[in-house]
Ligand binder design. Structure first.
Ligand SMILES: Cc1cc2nc3c(=O)[nH]c(=O)nc-3n(C[C@H](O)[C@H](O)[C@H](O)COP(=O)(O)O)c2cc1C
Length: 203
């Protein structure tokens, strides 16, 4: 485990995006596999939750962007309930970050640009896979990929409109730093009338 300092009110950065960048960049430069993997929790409109990992592809003060299939389970849940939470955990640093807010689709041109930059194999799979639907067997998927590979042999794999990005705009962050004897440090940022209210939480 990498030795990490305690998180105190005086070391905590006052802008949660800066604090996120500080921890995220530390994890990304620490040779951690999939350091940008995060749990995405969503819920149906009547509150039944579901969670899965997705990859954080970009972030700035406008929000946190990931890419997926809009007709997947998560896509359907986000369509009926746009509230979601992201959770990062980096075991080597003993750090967890939780981010909650409202999610919306990114502009189609942004999704298209990202899709076109992916490896050909990933683009074919995205086109072939109606994510989260029931499939008879693996062969069905492989045949679909082969058929699409032949169809688009000499041309670019087209971006399917059902595939794209979402941006979560946070109104709450929590930074958790593991400490000895489970007396961990936790700080929550909540957006209250355009200001970030910072509170220490009991571990
Ligand atoms: C480390 C990791 C990263 C993943 N990244 C993504 C991703 O960026 N986008 C995505 O659609 N699925 C990703 N997946 C697959 C999802 O976890 C999930 O199986 C898929 O999106 C379908 O989820 P749903 O049925 O809840 O919509 C990832 C899985 C793992 C284990």
């Amino acid at each position: 485990m990498i030795e990490t300092p305690p998180l105190t009110r005086s070391t905590l950065l006052t802008n949660p995006f800066d604090q996120f960048a500080d921890w995220f960049e530390a994890a990304m430069s620490a040779d951690i596999e999939n350091a940008n993997a995060m749990t995405l929790a969503t819920a149906t409109k009547d509150g039944r939750p579901s969670a899965r990992f997705v990859m954080l592809k970009s972030y700035d003060e406008d929000g946190f962007v990931f890419f997926t299939n809009y007709t997947s389970q998560k896509g359907q849940e986000l369509a009926e309930n746009p509230q979601a939470t992201l959770v990062f955990y980096w075991v080597q640093f003993h750090r967890q970050i939780r981010i909650t807010g409202k999610v919306s689709k990114v502009a189609m041109v942004e999704s298209e640009a990202y899709f076109n930059g992916r490896p050909r194999g990933s683009r074919l799979s995205a086109l072939a896979s109606d994510q989260s639907s029931v499939v008879e067997n693996r062969q069905v998927l492989e045949e679909k990929v082969d058929e699409l590979a032949a169809r688009y042999e000499d041309v670019d794999v087209p971006h399917p409109p059902r595939w794209g990005g979402y941006r979560l705009v946070p109104d709450e962050f929590e930074f958790w730093q593991g400490r000895l004897d489970r007396l961990h440090d936790r700080f929550r940022f909540r957006k209250v009338s355009e200001e970030w209210l910072i509170e220490r939480l009991a571990p």
